[in-house]
Design a protein around this ligand. Structure first.
Ligand code: TXA
Ligand code: MG
Length: 312
């Protein structure tokens, strides 16, 4: 069901969570499939609905930094990042407080936990009403495109069962940026809606990147975020039959344009919606995408496109 976001329905959603049921809600990045972070049963249900490998841990959403400190140890760096960027599209992976009431299934038994304070008013209202942490992966089948509109959720997860709070199109359009803070090191685990440059400017130093091996890095399954149609990237000359996603000025007939003004934020907000709309094997042979500069949030756009284009 698609539900309008009036207060009585937010309250209803909180009661459903309390009962162990799942609720889909908008965040500023993408729609999340939410469940009670304390409940193994709810978390198992999320994994089942998404077809998600259960070794892939979930992000715990909370209302504010104070609530977050119940679940993880914040050093000075982590605290200053949280104070500056929360609420917003930043997820922090931090050492987990073992005594906290969290489902071990949600954190895949790791010693760390991923925490995020979303800024979307509906997400905030739901967290306030529920008064507890909510785990929420993107509300799509594992490996498929992330949802930025309510109908994308139904398209991927089915029409009937789920309670989907409709907040319209999400305004960032790409998942949160994930950082792991380990002592004084800050490591970028996933490019996302908050650009690497903004974070580095705030910290006054470069971010580390995860070297292969021990860190359990997110979204590292190479094929991810995939539409049904094949994708061709960095396309200057689209071929007949292809849907063409342009960026900025183009000499070709664009099917859609991520941003006529070459604005990367606008492009990020449009990306998944356009891919959803053009994912029509009945109309097109393939989706061709123009080159997108890898600066600012362009890094996250390219990351998603490369994963979407990777062979399944
Ligand atoms: O914007 C977002 O972050 C959205 C909205 C709904 O909040 N959520 C989202 O969740 O993208 P999901 O489950 O699709 O991606 C979460 C990523 C996973 O790739 C997972 O591997 C990583 O976070 N993750 C969670 N806990 C982790 C941990 N302890 N260490 C490393 N990575 C972790
Ligand atoms: Mg996802």
């Amino acid at each position: 069901m698609i539900i309008i976001p009036e207060p009585a329905n937010i309250q209803r959603a909180a009661s459903l969570l309390e009962r162990g049921d799942l609720v889909v809600f908008p965040t500023e990045t993408v729609y999340g499939l939410g469940g009670d972070a304390r409940s193994d049963r709810s978390v198992a249900h999320i994994f089942a609905v998404k077809n998600r490998p259960s070794f892939n841990p979930l992000i715990v959403h909370i209302l504010n930094l104070e609530a977050a400190e119940e679940f993880a140890f914040f050093n000075q760096t982590a605290r200053s990042l949280a104070q500056y960027f929360w609420p917003g599209p930043l997820t922090l992976v931090l050492p987990r407080k073992k005594e906290a009431n969290l489902s071990l299934l949600a954190v895949s038994g790791l010693d760390t936990v991923a925490l995020r304070v979303p800024s979307h008013p509906i997400a905030q209202a739901l967290l306030k009403a529920f008064e507890n942490p909510i785990v929420a992966p993107s509300a799509n089948k594992s490996g498929y495109l992330s949802p930025t509109e309510a109908w994308h959720v139904q398209d991927s997860l089915g029409r009937e069962a789920l309670f989907v709070i409709d907040g319209g199109r999400t305004y960032k359009g790409l998942e949160s940026t994930i950082l792991q803070v380990m002592d004084e090191d800050v490591i970028l685990l996933r490019h996302g809606a908050l650009s690497q440059e903004e974070i580095e400017e705030f910290l006054g130093k470069r971010l580390g990147s995860h070297s292969s091996g021990d860190i359990n890095a997110p979204g590292q399954l190479t094929s991810h975020y995939s539409p049904r149609l094949a994708l061709r990237l960095n396309v200057v000359d689209p071929q007949p039959g292809e849907a063409f996603i342009a960026f900025g000025q183009t000499n070709h007939q664009a099917t859609v344009n991520l941003s006529v003004e070459s604005n990367l934020r606008e492009a990020a907000a449009n990306l998944f919606s356009f891919l959803h709309n053009l994912d029509r094997p009945d109309l097109y042979t393939r989706i061709a995408v123009a080159p997108i500069p890898k600066i600012g949030i362009g890094a996250a756009i390219n990351d998603r496109l490369e994963r979407a284009a990777a062979p399944k």
